[in-house]
Each structure stands twice: as C-alpha cells, then as structure tokens.
Design a protein around this ligand. Structure first.
Ligand code: MN
Length: 254
C-alpha cells in the first residue's frame, strides 16, 4: 500500500534570546502561521532553538506558550547552543520541554528516541546532544520500526566526509546501512540552507528560521510516492519562495 502524501515544515537555528524578544516571538508566530497555511502536518526544529541555555523564566514561558500554539505537532532537538556546558548553567530548552505537553515533543535521550506520529504515517528519530565535540555522534543509534511509514531523522551537527574531524559530525557513510530507508534527514547547525542526498535519502539544512541571525527561512518537505522527499525553501516574513543556489540539485535523482 503506498504511503499517503505528507507535508512537513523543517526549521532550525532560531537562536531565540530574551534580549531579542520581539524577533524571537515573531519567528515562532511566523513559523506557526506558515505551517498552518501550508498544511504542514508536523514541524521539525533541528536544534539551536535558543542562543544560550541561560534564559530567564518568563522568556522560557513565552517560548513554550508560542510553541504550544502550533496546530501541528512540533518535534524539537537540542543543538550546541541549547546544551548546558556546566551543571550550574540553566537549561532553557529543558524548561520548554517541561512546559510543552501533549502533541509536542522535545527529544533529549542520549541514545535516541523514536516517535511515531500521525497515526503511524510518520516515524521521527532524534537524539539528545550530550556534548558538542568530535566524539558526539548525532546519528548514533538511528533505528526505525517496520511498516508503511515515512522515516525522518532530525540531527544537529556538521555534515562531514573524508574523515575530517568536526564537532558533532553528521557522517552519512559511517551510518550508511542505518540510513537506508530514511526518506529525509532534517539538519540544523547552519544559518544558510542547503540540499544534499545520500541514495534516496534527501539531506537538508533548512537555514536559520529567525531574523535574530538571518532572514527567517525554513524548508517545506513534500513526502509522496514514488518520488520520496522534495524540498522548497521559503521565508515566513514575506511568504516568498527562495530559489536554490546554483549547483544544488532541486530534487533527488534515482
Ligand atoms: Mn549549532
């Protein structure tokens, strides 16, 4: 039985900060509106939600309230700007995770967590970020269950090849077999957006989804048979669709 078509909104690198309250709230509202208008059934936020783990409680409350207002389920993972670098540091994203309930999910498990969403139409695997070093392997433990579902991985780190030593390396070859059957790899860490592929897996940096650092862009992901994942980039501030940069394939060839 073919999998039913599904649309996702993929955002990352919002770098929300209490001293940038207005653009922070605007980004969350802009993304919520874009998700609603586009019919996205799930929203992925691939890390660096906050600019630092040290945010005041009232700002954490505000961010949690804005996220709770998303009609579609929101799946969040931490990035290197979200994690605590000492036990004395506060934990803004953890605070958000404790405040959002029901259909929204913050993934923090260090050995990964598999979510089954939308009546088993979609499986999303992600992992917490115990540290931001070359030892931290954001794809370690990728696993899915069987069945006719779309398979999506969310990860925060540096797309790496050829043995380059980077912190939080996204090494597609090392994890080759585990990524077979994955339709879409939603990445965060870069302010710019870019599109890559491994076999039939579409690999995408959505680019920074707020105007705190960049132009508030996000990726819309169409999942449909038989093509698999197709991506377009947009800005929530003016509803414009961004063109792909030269040299970046607009869609995956089989
Ligand atoms: Mn990052």
């Amino acid at each position: 039985m073919p999998r039913r078509p599904l649309r996702l909104l993929h955002a990352s690198d919002l770098h929300l900060h209490w001293q940038q309250r207005e653009p922070s709230v605007a980004a969350l509202r802009g993304l919520a509106a874009a998700a609603r208008a586009s019919g996205a059934e799930t929203v992925l936020m691939a890390g660096d939600i906050f600019d630092t783990a040290d945010q005041p409680d009232d700002f954490i409350d505000t961010v949690a309230e804005e996220l709770s207002a998303f009609a579609a389920p929101v799946v969040l993972i931490p990035g290197n700007h979200d994690i605590r670098y000492s036990e004395r540091e506060p934990d803004a994203l953890g605070g958000v995770g404790a405040r959002i309930t029901g259909r929204h999910h913050l993934i923090t498990a260090e050995d990964g967590e598999l979510l089954t969403l939308l009546d088993s139409t979609l499986q999303v695997w992600g992992r917490g970020m115990p540290e931001h070093t070359p030892k931290n392997d954001p794809l370690a433990g990728v696993t899915f269950e069987g069945g006719e579902t779309w398979r999506v991985v969310v990860a925060h780190g540096e797309l790496t090849s050829g043995g380059l030593v980077r912190s939080s390396p996204i090494d597609l070859e090392r994890h080759g077999p585990a990524l077979d059957g994955v339709d879409y790899l939603a990445l965060g860490h870069h302010d710019d957006s870019s599109l890559h592929a491994r076999g039939r897996t579409v690999v995408c940096y959505s680019g920074s989804a707020s105007t705190v650092l960049a132009d508030g862009r996000y990726a819309l992901v169409e999942l449909s048979e038989p093509e698999g994942a197709r991506v377009t980039f947009h800005r929530w501030a003016d509803s414009s669709q961004l063109h792909h940069e030269p040299g970046i394939a607009p869609r995956v060839r089989h």
